[in-house]
Every structure is written in C-alpha cells, then in structure tokens.
Design a protein around this ligand. Structure first.
Ligand code: NAD
Ligand code: ZN
Length: 248
C-alpha cells in the first residue's frame, strides 16, 4: 500500500476510528520516535547517528558516564541544542486535543524530546525519561533544566553531587513506578493507539498486546507494518502528522 495516499478503504477505517474515539471514555496512547520525525528530530540510527565517531549506544550508558561524564554531557549539550528550536507537529497537537475531550487519558511515550509536553499534553508517562530534566547521582533529586548549553559538568545545588541526564540509558532498568502506571493505563483503556514505534524495543514492544488482551480496541499508525501489526485491530499506514488529525 502506498503510504502517502489514503484510498477508499482507508477512509472507511478512518471514519470508523474517528467514531470510536468520539465516544471513548478511556484512551491510552503509546508513541515512539516516529511521531517526532516530521518535527525533524534526528534519530539515533539515521544519517546523524554518529557524533565524533561515537554511536549513541557508546555514549548513552552508565559505564560511559562513569568513565567520562564530560564527554557524555557534551553529547547531550549537542542534542539539547538541536532540540531547542524544534516544534511539535500536528500529531503532537492532535493528541493534546484528544486529551481535553476524553475523561480518562494517558499518553505513554518512549521519546525523551519533551515535544508532547510542549504540544500541550499533560498526563504523560515518559518511559525513557526526558532530556530536559537532570537527576543527581548523589541525592537522587530530579529537576527541570532547559539550559543550552548546560555548564559542564553540572552539580547539584542541594548536595553537590554530579548531575546526570534524567534518561534511561542502555542497560538500565525502567523505574518500577513508571512501568506500573503504564500497565494500569493499558489495562483499563477501551481504546489504544500506537504511533510511530517499531515494536522492537521492550517493554514498549509488548504494550499493544497487553491492552489487546485486557479488551481494548487497538489501532496502530506507522509508515510501515511492524511486529505489532499482527495483533492490533487496525493498522493505518501513513505519516503520524497527517493521520492523527484525521482521526481526532
Ligand atoms: P524506532 O526508531 O525504533 O522506530 C520508529 C518507528 O516510527 C518505525 O516503525 C517507523 O516506521 C515509524 N515512523 C517513522 N516516521 C514516521 C512517521 N512520520 N509517522 C509514523 N510513523 C513513523 O523508534 P522507537 O520504537 O521509539 O524506539 C527507538 C528508541 O530510541 C526509543 O527507545 C526512544 O527512546 C529512542 N529515541 C527517541 C527519540 C526522541 O525522543 N524523539 C529519537 C530517537 C530515538
Ligand atoms: Zn543532590
């Protein structure tokens, strides 16, 4: 199917999903890197994947930070700088509008770019943290920080400990409280929409299945079929920024 043109069948699907959403009392969304693609957020593995000959997988780890916190912070400063003038797109805005309408709404995201919040969403569960927050390696305190660039290396105002990005790095566990609130939202929702996620990175990869098993109607929006496509009720092929405004 051509990803960019909606045919007659797709229009029926869109109408059907729009009707379901217009009366839904409980909706949970899961988003991945694809929802920010049209805002121009560089991906880890795309052309911009290398920075000073390092790959993200070599920098976004607790070991790299222990070895060389200045290097890791320099990389995050580069990412903060690139993100600082990037705006949410129509997909982020559509989800913010849906939240205002639905009584019980949760947005689970794997993204760390902060674009959902900037786009007006409020009840957000950030599975992998947020690039605009720092966490103290001493006292564990978490604070918002929008400095671009941040002074390197940054230290905690409360205890003097070294600050790190509030991000779940490769090889780290997702916090229990974050995971359990995500699972409650998946288990109670009547409709789930999975947007722009490859369905490969766990635990997000199995979240559509969790909602489906608990009885939700599950819709996927992606540029291509994914491992989730086999278990969801509908897959809509297309760009998130074009499809979500049609659904909402
Ligand atoms: P992924 O890169 O593995 O998959 C992206 C998915 O989005 C793909 O299935 C692709 O087909 C789809 N896609 C691309 N453009 C799209 C569009 N315009 N509309 C709809 N779908 C589109 O992303 P992932 O599943 O989120 O996993 C990547 C990991 O990397 C995550 O853990 C995330 O934390 C991290 N990451 C985050 C950001 C960010 O914060 N914006 C950016 C890159 C990577
Ligand atoms: Zn501290």
């Amino acid at each position: 199917m051509c990803p960019y043109f909606l045919n007659h069948m797709d229009n029926n699907v869109i109408e059907d999903v729009r009707n379901r959403l217009s009366v839904a009392s409980s909706v949970t969304i899961l988003t991945g890197a694809g929802i920010s693609a049209e805002s121009g957020v560089p991906t880890f593995r795309g052309e911009d994947g290398l920075w000073r000959n390092y790959r993200a997988e070599e920098l976004a780890t607790p070991q790299a930070f222990k070895r060389d916190p200045v290097l890791v912070w320099e990389w995050y400063n580069m990412r903060r700088e690139r993100l600082s003038d990037i705006e949410p797109n129509q997909a982020h805005y559509a989800l913010a509008r849906l939240e205002k309408r639905v009584g019980d709404f949760t947005l689970i995201t794997q993204n760390v770019d902060g674009l959902h919040e900037k786009g007006g969403s409020r009840n957000i569960i950030e599975l992998h943290g947020n690039i605009w927050r720092v966490r103290c390696t001493g006292c564990g305190g978490i604070k918002e920080n929008h400095d671009v660039p941040i002074d390197i290396p940054p230290y905690c105002m409360d205890c003097g400990g070294l600050l790190r990005p509030h991000i779940v790095w490769f090889g780290e566990m997702l916090p229990d409280d974050v995971l359990s609130s995500a699972y409650s939202a998946l288990e109670i929702c009547k409709i789930m929409i999975v947007v722009g996620t490859s369905g490969i990175v766990q635990p997000a990869a199995s979240m559509a299945y969790t909602a489906k098993r608990a009885g939700a109607y599950v819709i996927e929006v992606n540029l291509e079929m994914t491992p989730n496509s086999g278990i969801v009720d509908r897959t809509i092929i297309g760009k998130a920024a074009e499809i979500l405004p049609l659904l909402i």
